[in-house]
Ligand binder design. Sequence first.
Ligand SMILES: [Mg+2]
Length: 141
Amino acid sequence: MKTVSIDFDGVIHAYSQGWQDGSCYDGPMPGAIDGIKALLSDYAVFILSTRDPNQIIEWFGKHAPEIPCGPIEDEEKFWNKQGILGVTNRKLAAMVYIDDRAFVFTDWKNTMRWRDHFAVYPMTKIAGHQGARMVDLTNQP
Ligand SMILES: [Mg+2]
């Protein structure tokens, strides 16, 4: 089973005002619920967030009660269950990590070319950012 990891804030939870008091005050990002359902039919899917997993499970109970959702136990090192959305604050192995603040690593030379832009959030606002092509600066002057 291939596993997909999804960030919560800014990817599932709209998070329009940032952290604030730590509550989950927003509804879902457009397309989030349908997207998760589609991924669950093809992959093992878990949410990786620094939040308390129970807070996220409560949010799903309110905004998408039809999605089976539960915590990943501490002893689990992998998430291979299809059809149940796992929730954890530990980084488990995954084929891909869907995250609004991710930087795709290719090599250190390329990473250092982007370092002055790390403070810009979200990363998609960086001039020249073109999704996955953002990393393809290796052969540019
Ligand atoms: Mg995020």
